[in-house]
Design a protein around this ligand. Structure first.
Ligand code: MN
Length: 262
């Protein structure tokens, strides 16, 4: 019998997030699951390597009573600590999420969900970031069942096929019942539109402080992009690479003829 695969599950919303529980439970259908997640919400925390303070890891339980670990490090720290030896058993797959909001376009540079998966790719492991496009306003609890099911399907395929080196998957799922999904769409990063505003207020001592706020971001729903896909009811699978080189700009910049001064 083939050895069951070992899946490292993490997120950026923290150990108590319902999306993490849904993902961990879904992944158990594919193999052994170890959860190492941040002890608080790191959403939009970016790709972090904590170097100037120690990182603590503590054993805890998820809401279903299963064993898990939480750490005071960032999502990417959780993956690094786990893969550098905290987890003794070899890990075969890293899955991060389920983030309750889509991570599209340049969100991927802010997203703790995606950067956790990037850390997995740095360690040369197949890695998947899972996010769902939940509505801005909703009543009751968010439903993660569609995304969890989709994450399982994608993870299964990734384990079957293997991932190209230095590549991770950014998975975005529309907030729809599974039966209403139109299918899968392999996409490129689209354009996210931010509507941030800088709020300037005064603290109780009269000194100004700043808060970045404003309405939720939107995007350009272009065909074959992450945003375009989820907005038309498709699951978006974007292969991301850690090499951020803007290839077409190399020629342009070469033509500028940079020269050291004599
Ligand atoms: Mn988040």
């Amino acid at each position: 019998m083939e050895k069951p695969i070992h899946i490292l599950v993490t997120n950026d919303d923290g150990i108590n997030a319902p999306g993490l529980l849904a993902l961990a439970q879904a992944m158990r259908a594919l193999g052994k699951v170890t959860v190492v997640a941040p002890d608080h919400n790191w959403s939009a925390g970016g790709h972090v390597k904590t170097m100037h303070r120690p990182i603590r890891v503590r054993e805890t339980e998820l809401a279903d009573g299963s064993k898990a670990y939480h750490s005071d490090g960032a999502p990417s720290d959780c993956v690094a600590v786990a893969l550098l030896g905290f987890i003794k058993q070899k890990v075969d797959l890293v899955v991060s999420g389920i983030n309750p909001n889509a991570n599209i376009g340049s969100d991927v540079t802010y997203s703790g969900t995606v950067t956790a998966a990037m850390e997995g790719a740095i360690a040369c492991l197949p890695s998947i970031a899972v996010s769902q496009d939940s509505p801005e306003y909703y009543e009751g609890k968010l439903d993660f069942s569609t995304s969890a099911r989709v994450a399982c399907e994608v993870a299964e395929k990734v384990m079957e096929k293997g991932m190209p080196e230095g590549t991770l998957i950014n998975l975005n799922v529309p907030y729809l019942p599974y039966e209403s999904l139109k299918g899968y769409c392999i996409t490129r990063q689209g354009i996210r539109l931010y509507h941030d505003v800088l709020v300037r207020r005064k603290d109780p001592r009269g000194k100004p402080y700043y808060w970045i706020g404003g309405p939720a971001p939107t995007g350009v729903p272009e065909k074959d992009t992450d945003y375009g896909a989820i907005k038309s009811g498709y699951v978006s699978i974007t292969p991301l690479k850690l090499d951020l080189t803007a290839e077409p700009a190399i020629r342009t910049l070469k033509s500028w003829k940079f020269k050291l001064k004599e």
